[in-house]
Design a protein around this ligand. Structure first.
Ligand code: AMP
Length: 300
């Protein structure tokens, strides 16, 4: 947001400070005003503990929209009771500073009560793609994601919403929900940001020791090995999976949850790929108690 600043003879334009909004009502009022004024809104939903992956989405917003908004909300409905909701890293002050630095105009940071009142009764449930891989291991996860994202879309009313390829299955769930529920929103997916050693950036990397962070790079290395086998002509799904599992075995501390090689479009499985197939490697693995996910898109 710009406002005019006059210094002597000079008229300067200065960017307003970023604003933090805590209530849905105020957030919606602001969005409605902006839309009435003809502005487009770009929105990045996050759970905070911001890192360069999130910041790459913040940077992208400005290429699409007049006003950049982000939410910081650790959404309880997407965590199962045995998961890490309580210990999930939270540092609103630092996050807000980073968001401001990366050009966000409004941060929406609601409380749990603001998002889910005591008599909250609605669920959103998607079939199909929520039943496999992440959805199979975390059966309530994607319903919780869909619910919070739908609520945030209704509160913020963005024209564009930005998600990371890092959570590939999530991007399919969101696109499906946007289509099914007629949200008039462009979903934009941006590439996974990695450390130089290949480790995908993630808020959950905060749980890892430096040694574990180094060990976790085997996930990326194993996908690269599969990619090079595919480029050399390997087309058989089981053989590709074997290459990945074999490479990951170099770090015995890493316990594989699943390794899959499937079609990008709908996560469907085929035994043998053909040239031109757009496929995705999906991996989830535990390092100690920390669960890491990663993926790689490949055109065969
Ligand atoms: P989260 O805070 O984990 O809910 O993530 C918020 C958004 O940031 C989601 O769309 C994630 O997919 C995205 N994101 C997380 N890590 C990365 C990464 N390493 N690169 C790109 N996007 C990411």
């Amino acid at each position: 947001m710009l406002y005019k600043l006059t210094v002597g003879y000079f008229v300067l334009f200065q960017i307003d400070d970023m604003k933090i909004i805590y209530t849905a009502k105020e957030m919606t009022e602001i969005s409605c005003e902006l839309i009435k004024a003809g502005k487009t809104i770009g929105f990045v939903p996050t759970m905070g503990a911001l890192h360069l992956g999130h910041l790459s989405l913040f940077e992208a917003v400005k290429q699409y929209a007049d006003v950049a908004m982000a939410s910081i909300f650790v959404n309880p409905t997407q965590f199962a009771p045995n998961e890490d909701f309580d210990k999930y890293p939270r540092d609103l002050k630092k996050d807000v500073e980073m968001a401001e630095l990366y050009g966000i105009d409004y941060v929406f940071a609601p409380s749990n009560d603001e998002m889910y009142s005591k008599n909250f009764l609605t669920n959103i449930h998607l079939d199909g793609i929520t039943k496999v891989f992440e959805g199979e291991r975390r059966p309530t996860h994607f319903d919780g994601v869909a619910l919070v994202v739908a609520k945030l879309f209704n509160i913020i009313k963005p024209h564009y919403a930005f998600f990371g390829q890092k959570d590939y299955q999530q991007t399919l769930v969101i696109k499906q929900m946007v289509k099914d529920l007629n949200f008039d929103i462009d979903v934009i997916v941006r590439p996974t940001v990695r450390l130089e050693n290949g480790l995908a950036m993630s808020s959950r990397n905060n749980y890892l020791t430096d040694d574990e962070k180094e060990k976790a790079t085997i996930i990326y290395k194993s996908m690269l090995e599969a990619k090079s086998a595919i480029s050399l002509g390997e087309r058989n799904k089981e053989k590709i999976i074997k290459i990945i599992v074999g490479k990951m075995a170099e770090v015995p501390e890493l316990k594989i949850d699943y390794v899959a090689v499937v079609k990008q479009k709908d996560l469907s499985e085929v035994d043998n790929f053909v040239s031109g197939d757009e496929i995705v490697i999906l991996i989830a693995a535990f390092l100690g108690k920390t669960r890491l996910i990663d993926n790689m898109l490949i055109t065969v």
